[in-house]
Design a protein around this ligand. Sequence first.
Ligand code: OOB
Length: 548
Amino acid sequence: MTAPDITPWPEEDAARYRAAGLWEDRTLGEYVLDAADSSPDKVALVSGETRMTYRELVARMDEAAERLLALGFTAGERILVQLPNDWPFVVFTLACFRAGIVPVMALPAHRSHELTHLAHHADAVALVVPSTMKDFDHQALAEQIAAEVPSVRRILVDGEARGDAVDLRRLLRTDGDIGARGRRDSAKPHPDSPACFLLSGGTTGLPKLIVRTHNDYAYNVRATSAATGVDDTTVYLGTLPASHNFPLACPGVLGALFSGGTSVMLPSPEPVRAFATIQRERVTLAAAVPAVAQRWLEHHHEHGGDALETLRVLQVGGSRMPDELAARVGPELGATLQQVFGMAEGLINMTRLDDPDDVITRTQGRPVSAEDEIRVVDEAGRDVPDGTTGTILTRGPYTPRGYFRAADHNERAFPGGWYSSGDIVMRRPDGNLVVFGRDKDIINRGGEKISAEEVENIVYRIPEVDLAAAVSMPDPVLGERLCLFVTLLAGDPLTLEAVRDFMTSQGLAAFKLPERLEVVDSMPLTKVGKIDKRALRETIAARLAAIG
Ligand code: OOB
């Protein structure tokens, strides 16, 4: 990849991160190998009935890395991964790390609209999909994308592979080839090279790609592991979609595997199965979005029981947890709450396990690294004093300085090299941040980010639509849901169902479909003539409050 694709850290910063021991110049797979060397017979990975020891996990990892290279993939190439939370996701990702192949972390919910864009933008050479999932034929969609995107040479399928697709589970097997590790060790990827691409939950019409290097992402895992107290007794429950930064690396599935703990994969956080799994596997650490934490609290309240006896820490993040909900976690679930305010672009803030209750229940924590730099600024870009709200700017050892192939957009999103997430925060004198909202045009649907612009671009293809505005509406469960305001051209009626059907036909992921349609005669406009989204948000909030 050439220089404009990726924005490197300035040399002096990189040198400082190295000198401080934050960047260890090792690749992600090596940390798992360390754990395997110390406890080869320990169970590393659990998924349903599958239990894999460290010995088996790293054997599969290195042998699969070699098979990927034998298939003709080369280090630096990108593969689009869309897999559910099951062991193949983990083994495939680790194999990529060892081969230097870069997994692009798509979500199971993505459809043709997102996947086609991602495959194009990343120049993906392959797609990895389940054969079918929830009655959807992922392999058929992958075939369609492969036909459209010239860079795609292969499809890898978890499940019954048709045609010349590669059988993923066969690829991920071990034949006991003890030479694989040595060969991989002698051809390791460069620690400053990309390890994986994460997806931004940003504001642009199509998701941006975030390049995470081995050095920065390993540090992300280690720093969050330290703040969460991960060690070889940790049993982590991975139940949020594992391609998200939070369950993958904060400390997540990788954190448990770096420390000699166990990662348990579960495809859904639904309480009955999640509680049964926590009990059976003696889970000590789990991560949830606020809506999931709330469901778990309700379930525990209704059914009681000691399923959560072993759970020491419940991490909650992805969207703002209401203080009242936060206050219930410790007393009711018997686990320490850890609030996590993070982003796929890097910066992770966490409350610490020994923080006073006031910090744990009322703040979203503080940075995990002493090298994380945070500024809170006003509209003119001036730093505001602690105790005052402003928008957050950040840079640091695991916050890249730009998106992949996005030179123009980077000037706005990374002004002066600082990442501007658009979050409105207040820094308390004790250094902890409180998140108040955001001045970016996204809808945060229970942790899943939806770009308003992406939705509106699709809605404008509906012939009846004159103007469209996607805004958040308050929701007691998910925090926010998407409400679509439209004005119509000819006075033809338009229903929510018709809008949703149309958007589905355009291949948009289901979580991005509007859940309410408001047809209005005209849009409120700001002084500069833009659609006044704040006014629309107030309108819909008032209307919902009136209905009760
Ligand atoms: C996590 O990552 P993303 O990339 O899906 O979303 C980042 C955005 C933040 O900019 C903020 O707007 C929101 O999600 N957010 C929160 C929050 N945690 C994330 N807003 C309020 N309170 C929180 N605790 O969402 C993410 C990545 C790593 C760890 C945790 C979450």
